[in-house]
Design a protein. Structure first.
Length: 214
């Protein structure tokens, strides 16, 4: 971005937000704010690792409820978190689809659950789903991210179903790096490459970030 854009963003206390997409079999999921930062400059790098945690939370899933993970576990595709206690605790074992991460509730207690992904030194939740008693949720990791600049009070873990500002949906595919630009009045640009699409402020982001998988 230009110095003028950086100054305008800082003057308005605008944050850079990131949301991460996930494939799921359940349509009741809600995207969560993954990253919120005002630390950006003329060149800003957003990087993450394909390292996941499966989490459970005892708070009931509501459209406006912030998610704080009660219990979380390192997990890889092909593994299942078997929830065995009323606090959402459990054990991770093999047993799920090779390309998916699963969470199975062996109790009769309902939870909220989902995946968290490593962003820097910590893993933050990317979406929230209901986990009813005696059921299993199956998630398919995706390397798709939504970047948004917005003057919003949203914080990491907050649900969002509409874009709080002008955004861009970026598909990494097999690449490890994508280059984009942002200008305060023109928005995002990426050379019209097919791996990205503009997401206007106020757009419905639910189907972009919670992708129904067979």
């Amino acid at each position: 971005m230009s110095a003028e854009t950086a100054s305008a963003l800082a003057a308005s206390e605008i944050s850079l937000y990131a949301f991460k997409a996930v494939g799921a079999e359940d349509a009741a999921g809600v995207p969560l704010v993954w990253l919120q930062s005002r630390t950006y400059s003329l060149t800003t790098t957003v990087s993450w690792a394909a390292l996941y945690r499966a989490y459970t939370a005892t708070r009931t899933l509501l459209p406006s409820a912030r998610v704080d993970a009660s219990a979380s576990y390192d997990i890889e595709p092909g593994q299942v978190l078997y929830v065995q206690g009323p606090a959402g605790t459990g054990v991770v074992l093999l047993g799920g689809p090779a390309n998916a991460i699963s969470i199975q509730n062996d109790t009769s207690t309902p939870f909220t659950c989902g995946l968290a992904q490593r962003l820097g030194e910590t893993a933050a939740p990317i979406a929230s789903f209901p986990l009813h008693g005696k059921t299993r949720q199956v998630f398919y990791p995706m390397e798709t991210v939504l970047l948004v600049f917005a003057a919003s009070s949203l914080r990491p873990g907050d649900p969002a179903t509409t874009s709080p500002g002008p955004g861009v949906l970026v598909e990494l595919g097999q690449e490890s790096t994508r280059r984009l630009a942002f200008e305060i009045n023109a928005g995002w640009s990426w050379g019209s490459e097919p791996w990205a699409m503009a997401v206007p402020a106020g757009a419905d982001i639910l189907p972009l970030l919670v992708v129904r998988s067979p």
